[in-house]
Design a protein around this ligand. Structure first.
Ligand SMILES: [Zn+2]
Length: 189
């Protein structure tokens, strides 16, 4: 469906804990209209945070707005290829994302582009995150993002299980925030 997010599943979601991440400026440094040939650089602390969660049995996922597709700046294939490269790099560090989902839409996209629509998945709408968690058995879910739109998206997900954590990509406190989240939900269960 043209108005749905695009989702690639690399492994089944199976844990009772699920951590979903924004992509650009949360786990990798943002490059506007990123091409697969652009260098991928993890944000500070991202490898440690992702490894920590993964090694503690938390399923990992990415939920990313990629409105540049609707603006004709990059293609769906570009984003899929970049995401596969991120997954390859993750594997080199011993962790992996179970699911990577992105929204190709933008309400102000290029004339004639099929993704130039107002959708229900572009953050701060809930659809991107909802599409991931509907395949997850997790009882405790967190969304980490660096923008208020990320936090808003997590807040409007029609599910009690989701919490959201705003990280500052300049300070990069992703590791400490991840450790704090797992400690808190671990105490609750
Ligand atoms: Zn969308």
């Amino acid at each position: 469906m043209i108005n749905n997010p695009i989702i690639r599943t690399y492994a089944p979601l199976k844990s009772k804990y699920l951590a979903i991440f924004d992509r650009d400026d949360t786990v990798i440094l943002d490059i506007p209209a990123r091409k697969p040939s652009d260098e991928i650089v993890w944000t500070t602390g991202a490898i440690q945070a992702l490894s920590y969660l993964y090694n503690n049995g938390v399923d990992l996922a990415i939920a990313s707005n990629q409105g540049s597709i609707a603006r004709n700046q990059i293609t769906v294939e570009d984003v899929l290829e970049t995401n596969n490269l991120i997954q390859d790099m993750a594997a080199e560090h011993g962790f992996g994302f179970s699911t990577i989902a992105f929204c190709p839409h933008h309400p102000d996209g290029a004339l004639g582009n099929i993704y130039a629509i107002r959708c229900q998945c572009r953050k701060p709408e809930a659809g991107l995150i909802t599409a991931i968690i509907e395949h997850s058995p997790a009882l405790k879910i967190v969304f980490f993002g660096d923008k208020q739109t990320d936090i808003l998206a997590a807040k409007v997900v029609p599910h009690q299980r989701v919490t959201s954590v705003l990280i500052d990509s300049k300070v990069q406190d992703l590791l400490s925030k991840a450790v704090d989240w797992l400690a808190e939900v671990g105490r609750e269960s």
